[in-house]
Design a protein around this ligand. Structure first.
Ligand SMILES: NC(=O)c1ccc[n+]([C@@H]2O[C@H](COP(=O)([O-])OP(=O)(O)OC[C@H]3O[C@@H](n4cnc5c(N)ncnc54)[C@H](OP(=O)(O)O)[C@@H]3O)[C@@H](O)[C@H]2O)c1
Length: 265
């Protein structure tokens, strides 16, 4: 069981939602935080909240995860200011919703760059310092859509399938080298994500959702227990099991469910 006291935890996408909730909850556990995002004003608000709980001032870095130099700079600054990272949470991501044929190609590119390359860059930037010390944990935030293909989320889902695959590849590659991997797959979470990705607001009445705080608490527990995989949405677990064990039946069920969800639209 991991003891958080004095651990260095780096989080991307820490300015809002799940990342900000993780920072707030970890602050109470005595960790040294290194937080990154593009919106510095929000990141400073998170830092003020963290310090209000009596935690040390976090390392704050303005960082666009789609830019390798900036991500490498975040890793370097973390090591210089706080020491090698013990836990790295690659959480930054953005959504995308809409019919595939009318998707803006520039947004598709941003979604791929943020959700996939952003995670690749984050792992690539931090892993050497973790391997040097021979310990640590990488936490990759994917989505249940990384296991459940869904209409109108095609590009987003594809990036999350890639992240789920990346986590498993890394797990094998890092075997016996002291660095563990935790793959996190949240379901619907009530954050600013829905607005940015133009997810229909009625989705929150149609499906179970969780707060960022609930998901953050589950992630923290999973890391403490060195779990390899967390489906952070209890309601999705049986759906994922259905697809895995009886894919033919799952396809029929999903088609009917999606037809009903998008009836007339
Ligand atoms: N909300 C959901 O329903 C849901 C479901 C499953 C999985 N997830 C995943 O959970 C993660 C966190 O999402 P959230 O729900 O907490 O959404 P959120 O509140 O919109 O937070 C997203 C975070 O990512 C950061 N970000 C976005 N693009 C970035 C970039 N290019 N460079 C650096 N940071 C960037 C944002 O910071 P700045 O804008 O300040 O840079 C923000 O801090 C994402 O990976 C998302 O895919 C969310």
């Amino acid at each position: 069981m991991l003891d958080w006291q004095d651990k260095v935890v780096a989080i991307t996408g820490a300015s809002s939602g799940i990342g900000a909730a993780l920072a707030a909850q970890l602050a109470g556990r005595g960790v040294r935080l290194a937080l990154a995002a593009r919106r510095m004003e929000l990141l400073r608000d998170v830092a003020a909240q963290v310090q209000g709980q009596g935690a040390q001032a976090p390392v704050l870095v303005r960082c666009d995860v789609t830019d390798w130099e900036q991500v490498a700079g975040f890793a370097l600054r973390t090591r210089e200011a706080a020491g090698a990272a013990d836990v790295v949470i690659a959480n930054a991501g953005r959504g995308d919703f809409g019919r595939f044929e009318s998707q803006d190609p520039d947004i598709a590119r941003t979604v791929v760059d943020t959700n996939l390359l952003g995670v690749v860059y984050t792992v690539r930037a931090f892993l050497p310092q973790m391997l040097d010390r021979g310990s640590g944990r990488l936490v990759l935030v994917s989505s249940v859509l990384g296991q459940l293909p869904a209409p109108r989320h095609a590009v987003y889902g594809a990036t999350k399938f890639a992240v789920s695959g990346l986590a498993e590849s890394l797990e094998y590659e890092l075997q016996g080298r002291g660095v563990g991997v935790t793959l996190v797959e949240p379901g619907l979470v009530r954050t600013g994500f829905a607005e940015i990705s133009q997810t229909p607001p009625e989705r929150f009445h149609q499906m179970p959702s969780q707060s960022a705080d609930q998901v953050a608490a589950r992630i923290i527990r999973a890391v403490e227990r060195e779990r390899r995989h967390l489906i952070a949405d209890p309601a999705s677990r049986w759906v994922i099991a259905l697809r895995r064990h009886v894919p033919g039946i799952a396809r029929v069920v999903f088609r009917a469910a999606f037809r009903r969800l998008y009836r007339g639209r």
